[in-house]
Each structure stands twice: as C-alpha cells, then as structure tokens.
Design a protein around this ligand. Structure first.
Ligand SMILES: Cc1ncc(COP(=O)(O)O)c(C=O)c1O
Length: 387
C-alpha cells in the first residue's frame, strides 16, 4: 500500500505509540489528584507542555492542550470574539480557510458579528494589503491559515503579523495544522497571538492538539468546569494523548528539517514526469520553494471526476484524496479551488497527493506510475463515452 493522504491524517510514529500505551498502562492518575499517581501524571503534562513550547520557541505557559485542530480553532476565534466583543464585533479571515475556521466565522456571523472573508489570488494566497484595507475600528481578530490543506500554498502570515503590529488591539490567529514539522514556524517573531496545532497531522495521535495563546491574553473559554489548563480548557487532561502529542511534536520538528527538502524535490520530480507525459493536467497552487508546503500537491484533470480517479488509484494500491478529508464526501466542488478561480468542471476533477514524514521516494514513484497508467485510461473512457 502506498499511503499519500497525509494531509487527512498520518500514520502514528512507533515511538509515539509506545509513549501512548506506556502512559495509558502505567500513569493513569488524574493530574489534578493530590496523591503520587496524580503527581506523576501532572509532571508528564508539564513536561509535554515544555516540550511543545520548545518546538515553537514560546513559553510553556502559553500552551493549552485541546482535542485537536478543530477545537483549537473554535477556542481561538470564539474565545477572542466573545472576550473582546466590547471592543467591536468584526472579524477578518479568508475564503480558503479550513471548515473549522470558516464555519466558526459563519456561525459568529449568524450571531451578529461582521465577518470579512478575503479573496485570494490564483495561487490561493491572500494579499497582506487586503488584510490591512479590511481593518476597521471594530476589528478584534484576523485569522489566516499558514498552509492551505487542499493546495499547500503558504500564506504570508509573517507579513500580516508584522503589519498588525501597528494595530495592537487586533489579535492574530494562525491555523498552523498543516505547516508544523514541514516549514519553519515562529509564532513569537511573527507577531502571532494564537496558533492551532493538531497531533494527527504529524504522526501523533488523533483527538489531541494544542492552542498557543500569547502570554497575558485573555480568551473566553469554550469549555468551563474544573478549571484545568489554567481555566482556558476545562476537562480532565488526556494525559496519554498529551504525552504522545509532545513526543510526536519533538520528532516532527527534528525529522522535518531533514525530510522536508526531500519531499519538495520528490514532489517536483513527480510533477515534471506527469507534465511531460499527461495531457490536460492542471496544477493548483504555488510551486515555488518558499511559496508552497513541500508535502502537498494538488492536480486537476478537467473532464474527469476526482472520486473516479481516487478509486482507480486505490485499485493500484495508491491512496490519495479528493479535496479535504472532512468535505471529500460532499457533492459540491471545493470552495478553496473555486476561490482560486477554477471552474466547476476543473474543481470536480481535482485530487490531492500529500506526503508525510515517513513517505519514501519509492512511494512517490509508485504514485507517479499509477497516475501515468490510470489517467490516460480514464480520459479514453470519457472520450468514447462523450463521442
Ligand atoms: C488546516 C486544517 N485546520 C484544521 C484541521 C482540523 O484538525 P482536526 O482534524 O485535528 O480537528 C485540519 C484537518 O484536516 C486542517 O487541515
């Protein structure tokens, strides 16, 4: 099996699985308990917080463990919107955010907030000057993702963070779920106030992630109760998940440095081969070294349907996806690709190939060969069918 659907989720690293199972078996105390087993669990959570903070270059006090990317995004956006609604009720985001940002903004819109959904260029990139133009005296938050999960385009978060320095009352949230471990990420230097991560995107367990909150920043908590995580996120901590998440973060930060340049090289080699041998193929998003994440490649074959391509590749033992995992069963063409200017016909023929930190060159070659077999066959069938 060749697994190239790593933007949907990754295979947990064996070392991560060991930590998870070891903690489940041996350190099952509640970190809030006063006895020794609780103390051990509490120390593990503390160590995990320090480790994750180190990989981001931030203070451990700013790390709040959550159940993953969706919760972190909800907690950041709703938390800021509710906390600072006396300052104003305007939010700025983009048309290409993941549903866990986009739908939160739509929900707030229904509750009376004004939301500006900024357009993107043909590569899927928002312009920092558009962010600045959209700011009003009512704006409380700007939320822009780091790497787009469907096409891999890197957003200019550093430039946005730097322009927002002139607007100290406007908070800046970055969904970095697809970028961690793949491209450099420096929340503090880039003026980021809130940042979301998810463990299962970098070979950690599902259902655990974190929200980085700049020190001193108040958010209205999404979950209230026992006051865990300094009151930002009540609920008994998922200690095994948190320990395993921290292990995955350390491994990804380390492995990513060596592996990411290789992933980019393989992606470009694959593309060259496909472009030289296939007709009617479109490439979506930016492909420059600095402008894209090394692990995501989005292709479109107008006239074909992405589900058909995905299933034909599966027959060849290669697993890729149509758009993003949460929306890939939906009928509609991708909102992200439409925002980039693709027609319906182009957008419904898109597939996403996404590599992980365990992907090998032979995986990429096998996928290339499978595409070279499958696409001309499907195009031929469509031709016969259409004539
Ligand atoms: C960019 C982005 N943000 C957020 C999420 C949601 O993360 P989770 O699956 O941990 O809820 C995803 C998952 O696909 C994603 O790609």
């Amino acid at each position: 099996m060749v697994y190239l659907d790593n933007s949907a989720t990754t295979r947990p690293d064996p070392e991560v699985i060991r930590v998870l199972s070891d903690v489940m078996e041996n350190i099952y105390g509640n970190p809030s308990s006063l006895h020794g087993l609780g103390g051990k669990a509490e120390r593990l959570v503390k160590q995990a917080r320090e480790a994750v903070a180190k990989t981001l270059g931030v203070s451990p006090k700013g790390i709040v463990f959550t159940s993953g990317g969706t919760e972190s995004n909800n907690a950041a956006i709703k938390g800021a919107a509710f906390q600072y609604q006396n300052r104003g009720r305007h939010l700025i985001t983009t048309e290409v955010e993941h549903a866990s940002v986009y739908e939160v903004c739509r929900q707030l819109q229904e509750l009376g907030w004004k939301v500006t959904f900024l357009p993107v260029d043909v590569q899927g990139r928002v312009r920092p000057e558009d962010v600045e133009k959209a700011l009003t005296s009512e704006t409380v938050l700007v939320s822009v993702m780091h790497v787009n999960n469907e096409v891999g385009t890197v957003q200019p978060v550093q430039a946005i963070g730097s322009l927002l320095q002139a607007y100290p009352k406007v908070l800046f949230h970055v969904d970095a779920v697809q970028s961690f471990g793949k491209i450099p990420l420096r929340p503090k230097e880039w003026g980021i106030d809130l940042l979301s991560l998810s463990g299962h995107k970098f070979h950690g367990p599902k259902g655990v992630g974190c929200l980085y909150i700049r020190e001193g920043l108040q958010l209205m908590p999404l979950l209230v109760g026992g006051g865990q995580e300094e009151g930002y996120r009540s609920g008994t901590q998922n200690v095994p998940g948190i320990a395993a998440f921290a292990k995955a973060a350390l491994l990804a930060a380390e492995k990513g440095k060596q592996h990411a340049p290789r992933l980019y090289q393989w992606k470009m080699e694959m593309l060259q081969k496909l472009q030289s041998k296939l007709s009617g193929m479109m490439v979506n998003g930016d492909l420059s070294r600095e402008g894209c994440a090394p692990h995501i490649l989005s292709l479109a074959f107008p006239g074909l349907k992405s589900e058909v391509i995905v299933h034909a590749l599966e027959e060849e033992g290669v697993f890729v996806s149509s758009k993003s995992a949460c929306s890939s069963k939906g009928e509609k063409p991708s909102r992200v690709l439409k925002a980039m200017g693709l027609s319906d016909e182009e957008a419904v023929g898109a597939i996403r190939i996404s590599m992980g930190l365990d992907t090998t060159q032979s995986d990429v070659e096998a996928c290339t060969d499978a595409l070279l077999r499958v696409i001309p066959q499907l195009q031929q069938v469509m031709k016969v069918h259409g004539s």
